[in-house]
Design a protein around this ligand. Structure first.
Ligand SMILES: O=C(O)[C@H](O)[C@@H](O)[C@H](O)[C@H](O)COP(=O)(O)O
Length: 261
């Protein structure tokens, strides 16, 4: 069962168990796929790594396996580790094994990083790729921000409140020019990664913030409490969409430190 916390700028869905969350997340994503395929003829989907890939598993099952128009999907990564694509740390490999190998998205519409480049080179290369896709009309542009506007970002959050490879207290959280940047000292291994920046994340049309498990309850409590001060924001709290819909997909353990839950 989902609980809707109305009155908040962000929508909070709370599920009794991860299984129900996964059912709802598949429906949410399939509906957005239908909407954007009809409106724009393309559906741009941004994935994180981590447990998110397991959470989207039901998209690769009936009825969605057959009902979704996978030919319209274009898949990107909000962050990627700078390792070979067949390395166990690769977010591409994680998504390929757990999701992409099970659905018929054209391989040319799956945008992995160039793993032959340095972190800096891979970030520049990915940004160039995004700019080309904006020119081609595959990725929309936000008129209000001047940054690309992805149709949906399906994101996880770390126990420290990080999203993408934007970590608490790291200067990268303040990047406001680049679309894609790099980090060489990630506190979560491996240290070298590329990541979308906040202006890109915050220009999205839809964001699903998918958070399960008691280990994340502290960050969820801070993010959803009213006592936020601008000097002390977790990265997840800096995800504030300019003109989009932000939905938390949580399970009971993840919200166990919220009052009234
Ligand atoms: O490459 C990465 O490390 C991920 O993209 C990262 O941003 C992830 O989404 C969070 O760390 C949550 O990961 P878990 O869901 O596994 O905790």
């Amino acid at each position: 069962m989902a609980t809707d916390a109305t009155g908040s700028k962000k929508k909070l869905l709370i599920f009794d168990a991860e299984e129900e969350l996964a059912v709802s997340l598949a429906k949410y994503t399939a509906e957005l796929s239908g909407k954007f395929a009809a409106e724009r003829g393309a559906f741009t989907v941004v994935l994180s790594g981590g447990s998110l890939i397991k959470n989207i598993r039901k998209l690769a099952e009936p009825p969605y396996l057959d009902s979704v128009d996978w030919s319209k999907w274009h898949v990107f990564w909000v962050d990627e580790r700078v390792v070979p694509k067949d390395h166990d740390d690769s977010n591409y490999k994680l998504a390929l094994d757990g999701f992409l190998s099970k659905v018929p998205i054209p391989t040319g519409q799956v945008y992995a990083i160039n793993d032959a480049l340095s972190a800096e080179g891979a970030a520049d290369d990915y940004e160039t790729c995004l700019k080309q896709l904006v020119k081609n009309g595959v990725i929309a542009m936000s008129q209000s921000t001047g940054f690309p506007r992805f149709d949906v970002m399906l994101l996880g959050m770390g126990p420290d409140g990080h999203i993408a490879s934007l970590f608490p207290g790291h200067p990268l959280v303040n990047e406001n020019q680049k679309w894609v940047t790099y980090i060489k000292d990630s506190p979560k291994p491996p240290p070298e990664r590329i990541t979308f920046t906040f202006p890109v994340i915050n220009s999205s049309a839809y964001v699903a913030m998918v958070v399960t498990g008691a280990g994340k309850a502290g960050a969820v409590q801070k993010a959803l409490s009213d006592k936020q001060t601008s000097s002390d924001l977790l990265p997840v709290e800096m995800a504030v969409l300019q003109d989009g819909e932000f939905t938390w997909f949580t399970d009971k353990p993840a919200v166990s430190m919220l009052q009234n839950n």
